[in-house]
Design a protein around this ligand. Structure first.
Ligand code: TXA
Ligand code: MG
Length: 343
């Protein structure tokens, strides 16, 4: 059996951030808090480090990683050029939950870009992430710090649960503010294309770009596993819970009556705050009904909780699809295998 390494759990003090930066500069991997979800950070310019990231997560190596930077100057070295639209979007939303895809420069090794000729770059706003990147003096490749197939981690304890013994350290920056991953936008073509909805909404992008961004169809429909997709992440189910997740769309009255008439043992409900007492089975609220931000913040944590309890089927309330709710909906329908039942 392989000997497991010890994973340090560190508070994000200046001293510990220096320690984490030393680990990364020596080719190690660190769980890094960001405002979206925790990332698993390593030197983005070193292909052998990036291979270790894929191995720790159990992630297919054709699914490229996001490169995290702390200033605009670093960006220019990583890409061939920055078109005006991409610059407008970055200036409006960086530091923050926006990932920009452009043609990559030769600095980016093929491991980081999953063999593509493009690279995804993001400037996170979480102070610990910013300090860590600056202290390293390197762009950091950081996919979400979960084992492949698990929900993204929004707490340091989630990272430890998935990766303890496989990575060098985790910086505990508390709960992630946004709770779903960044909005991934390609600026490779004429039009901006959203490849993954996230904290920056289509309406926010439209306001800044002066035109509606295209939303890639693969965000909301299943794609053929062998198909060529704009974002390789879309062909993977991402989060595939052991439980069968069924999203039910309709009023709370219809939802309760459907669940209560179909309910068997080993089943549970993912509902909104305040609805917990309406069901005879275990209930897990994931936010306020009319508050997309609260749903985004809690969704992954609730999905992890439900998984750990071993339910066979979980009925979920249909999320708000406006604003950041579009991202919540995208993550939830993936968990449900793209099926929504109208009541
Ligand atoms: O909020 C986030 O984006 C978090 C934090 C840690 O920054 N990171 C994250 O990384 O979610 P990851 O690796 O779990 O998701 C990156 C997504 C994948 O779906 C991947 O396929 C896509 O971005 N992606 C990365 N590079 C790409 C590229 N060059 N072209 C198209 N899609 C790309
Ligand atoms: Mg991920």
């Amino acid at each position: 059996m392989a000997i497991k390494m010890q994973t340090l759990l560190l508070t994000p003090s200046d001293e510990n951030i220096k320690k984490a930066a030393e680990i990364i500069k020596n080719g190690g991997l660190v769980g890094m808090p960001t405002e979206t979800v925790y990332g698993l950070a390593g030197n983005a310019l070193d292909g052998s480090v990036v291979k270790k990231i894929y191995a720790a997560k159990g992630r297919p190596s054709d699914n490229p990683l996001i490169v995290h930077i702390a200033d605009f100057d670093s960006w220019k070295n990583l890409v061939v050029s920055v078109p005006e639209k991409a610059m407008k979007a970055a200036e409006a939303f960086w530091p923050g939950p926006l990932t920009v895809i452009l043609k990559k420069s030769s600095l980016i090794p093929p491991e980081t870009s999953g063999g593509l000729d493009t690279v995804a770059v993001r400037m996170p706003s979480h102070p610990a992430a910013r300090k860590l990147i600056k202290e390293c003096g390197l762009p950091l490749a950081a996919p979400s710090a979960n084992s492949s197939g698990k929900p993204s981690p929004t707490k340091a304890s989630h990272v430890m649960a998935d990766l303890e013994g496989k990575i060098d350290a985790v910086l505990d920056g508390g709960d992630c503010d946004i709770g779903v991953e960044s909005t991934v936008v390609s600026f490779v073509g004429e039009k901006a294309v959203i490849l993954r909805p996230g904290g920056v909404t289509p309406a926010m992008l439209e306001k800044v770009l002066g035109e509606k961004p295209v939303i890639d169809k693969a965000c909301f429909a299943e794609v053929d596993n062998k198909a060529r997709v704009s974002s390789p992440g879309m062909k993977y189910k991402h989060y595939s819970p052991d439980a069968n997740v069924i999203i039910l769309k309709g009023s709370i009255e219809k939802f309760v009556s459907y669940v209560e008439s179909h309910l068997q043992s080993d089943e549970a409900v993912i509902c909104f705050n305040g609805e917990e007492n309406l069901f005879s089975c275990p209930c897990f609220p994931y936010g306020d009904e009319n508050d997309d931000l609260s749903q985004a913040k809690n969704l992954f944590s609730v999905l992890r909780l439900v998984d750990s309890r071993g339910f066979k089927t979980v009925y979920a309330r249909y999320p708000r699809t406006e604003g950041v709710g579009l991202a919540v909906y995208n993550r939830l329908i993936r968990a449900a295998g793209f099926e929504v039942k109208d009541l």
